[in-house]
Design a protein around this ligand. Structure first.
Ligand SMILES: *Cc1c(COP(=O)(O)O)cnc(C)c1O
Length: 332
């Protein structure tokens, strides 16, 4: 068992920010960087640490309950952390894997996690007030963490990630599933932009942008997931129009600058769908690049950047940071 401080010193923080020069069409016209949260720890999947870190402060929770599927990177990261810190964890898992535990579940068992398999119907209730209230009554000492570690507090961990980047950039790209990672990036970008002198703000000033790559089919749905963590001013619909006073008599409305959007062309058919072309891309990438990707999250994000570069979707000279969220355990 480790103290929280000893545990934190075992993490590779701040995570490396490296420049990255693949031989992709169009890559020579931009600067590419990778924020390597995958390198934070060999077991803890990168963005899962970010999302959990602000729940793991003194006094540490007495016990923790959380949710996930049978291959969840979140439960895996949390299971390891709880084991190291000596916090009892109950994992509520969708589906019954008792006859056929996944490698992720085998790790949880080794890390002394209490596992509760629930059917899909029960699992669907995981965010319902009544269900959670009952759970909290049954386990009054427990900190209940939502699926994916995605909760308001997660955004502070992503703010820490953004604070580590001491580089001017134009675009940040990250994969999106439950949305908290992208929401954290957006909230941090918004704060950054508030530091830009007033005179340079406004609709014509290029501001930093966040582009999410949807890893599952969810046009509209993924935006909603992200927006539940954001203040109204950063929601897509509220950014529709702003008023600019041209002169005393005329008020024009113009589209305001949207600082984020999600691209929905790169989910490859759905969550964890990995067609052979994507798998081959990842394999080839892993042979030639200084770090690895996998087909569920990071592979889709890197492929998307490659494809968007070929299509000329980025301005010449754009400085693009790709957040490598980790996830290599899930690929097993
Ligand atoms: C969970 C996860 C994501 C998705 O992050 P969200 O905050 O749920 O959108 C992306 N990449 C990896 C490797 C993950 O494990």
């Amino acid at each position: 068992m480790l103290s929280l401080n000893a545990f934190k010193t075992s993490l590779n923080l701040p995570s490396p920010l490296i420049s990255f020069s693949p031989d992709w069409e169009g890559a020579e016209k931009v600067s590419l960087y990778v924020k390597r949260d995958d390198a934070i720890h060999p077991i803890i999947s990168g963005n899962k640490w970010r999302k959990l870190s602000h729940s793991l402060t003194h006094p540490l929770p007495k016990t923790i309950i959380s949710f996930g599927g049978g291959f969840s990177n979140h439960l895996h990261a949390l299971g390891f952390i709880c084991f190291k810190l000596g916090i009892p964890l109950t994992a509520i898992i969708r589906g019954n894997y008792s006859a056929n535990p996944s490698p992720m579940i085998e790790d949880l068992i080794q890390w002394e996690t209490t596992i509760e398999y629930v059917d899909r119907k029960t699992y669907q209730r995981r965010n319902e007030y009544e269900y959670l209230n009952k759970l909290q009554t049954k386990y009054p000492d427990a900190l209940i963490i939502p699926e994916g570690g995605s909760q308001a507090r997660a955004l502070s961990g992503l703010q820490d990630m953004m604070d580590e980047i001491d580089l001017e950039f134009d675009v940040m790209v990250a994969p999106v599933a439950s949305g908290a990672t992208l929401a954290g990036i957006i909230a941090a970008l918004d704060k950054l932009d508030k530091h830009i002198p007033k005179a340079r703000q406004g609709i014509l000033t290029p501001v930093r942008k966040a582009i999410g790559i949807g890893v599952l089919k969810g046009e509209g749905y993924l935006e909603e997931l992200v927006e539940q963590f954001l203040p109204d001013s950063l929601k897509t619909e509220s950014v529709g129009e702003i008023e600019t006073k041209q002169n005393a008599s005329k008020t024009l409305t113009q589209p305001a600058q949207q600082i984020w959007h999600i691209v929905h062309n790169y989910h490859w058919g759905g969550y964890a769908k990995a067609p052979s072309e994507l798998v081959a891309f990842c394999d080839d990438f892993n042979k030639t690049m200084p770090f690895e990707i996998e087909p569920v999250y990071s592979g889709k994000a890197f492929w998307a950047v490659k494809d968007m570069l070929a299509q000329g979707k980025f301005k010449n000279g754009a400085r693009i940071v790709i957040l490598h969220t980790g996830g290599l355990q899930g690929a097993r």
